[in-house]
Design a protein around this ligand. Structure first.
Ligand code: MG
Ligand code: MG
Length: 242
């Protein structure tokens, strides 16, 4: 899982370096696909088909621009100066998964978006800090929620983190809202994806007609950062670092 995580982190670095006005999200997707393949790994999301009622996901990346929260589909959409884009990716290496996301500004972005992105990163860090043996799952959720509310941001209730291992989604769910001291006890050996999503507006979401792309109902921008984190006897170990 550490190798999958490292390949994934390097993928996100490469893709982020190519984010600029005029680039299409499909071009970013191709950069990710080519790099993951060159490392002998598999892009998890491409062809991902979690339910018969959904079309298979076509991209290596989820590219979610501005009001898109998660699961945006790469396309010939050109990024514009001032946009923000969430790049979410999954990698499988020898059967083991990694899952990570970053939000990146396109050129110069407004201060309120800088702050939204910074607070999202801080809420992820606060959640990771609680990912240690002896704590409970709700301690992570509570730490994230505190940061969200302190910043006055919205956060969708229906999406959040998850256990991860040989499958992308495993038990337990890791919500971005919750009460400290509740939920399953955290034990060494557990691996979870922690992924706060912060909205400049309200909590409410909608899914577009493509059946994948989740947007804010008020169409205000959203940011998302994610790491895959192992719980060890020595504290949280972030697996998705370059
Ligand atoms: Mg992800
Ligand atoms: Mg995830």
């Amino acid at each position: 899982m550490r190798i999958a995580g490292r390949i994934l982190a390097q993928t996100l670095q490469r893709v982020s370096a190519h984010v600029k006005p005029g680039v299409t999200t499909l071009e970013l997707d191709q950069i990710a696909y080519d790099f993951i393949k060159s490392q002998g790994a598999i892009p998890t999301f491409k062809g991902y088909h979690p339910h018969p009622s959904l079309p298979p996901f076509p991209g290596t990346l989820c590219t979610s621009v501005n009001e898109e929260i998660v699961h945006g589909i790469p396309s010939d959409r050109k990024l514009k100066e001032g946009d923000i884009i969430t790049i979410d990716c999954g990698v499988i290496y020898r059967g083991w998964q990694g899952d990570s996301a970053v939000t990146v500004g396109v050129g110069k972005i407004k201060p309120d978006l800088e702050k939204l992105m910074k607070t999202t990163q801080e809420s992820l860090a606060a959640g990771i800090e609680q990912a240690k043996a002896g704590n409970r799952l709700g301690d992570i959720s509570h730490a994230i929620e505190q940061q969200v509310r302190a910043g006055g941001y919205g956060s969708p209730r229906e999406y959040g983190g998850h256990g991860i291992g040989r499958r992308l989604w495993e038990e337990p769910s890791v919500p971005n809202h919750g009460r400290a001291g509740t939920g399953v006890p955290l034990r060494p050996g557990m691996v979870i994806a922690i992924e706060p999503m912060l909205n400049l507006g309200g909590d409410e979401t909608e899914t577009l007609d493509d059946m994948w792309t989740v947007v804010t109902r008020d169409r205000k921008p959203s940011a998302h950062f994610e790491h895959t984190v192992a719980i060890t006897k020595n504290g949280p170990d972030i697996l998705t670092l370059a």
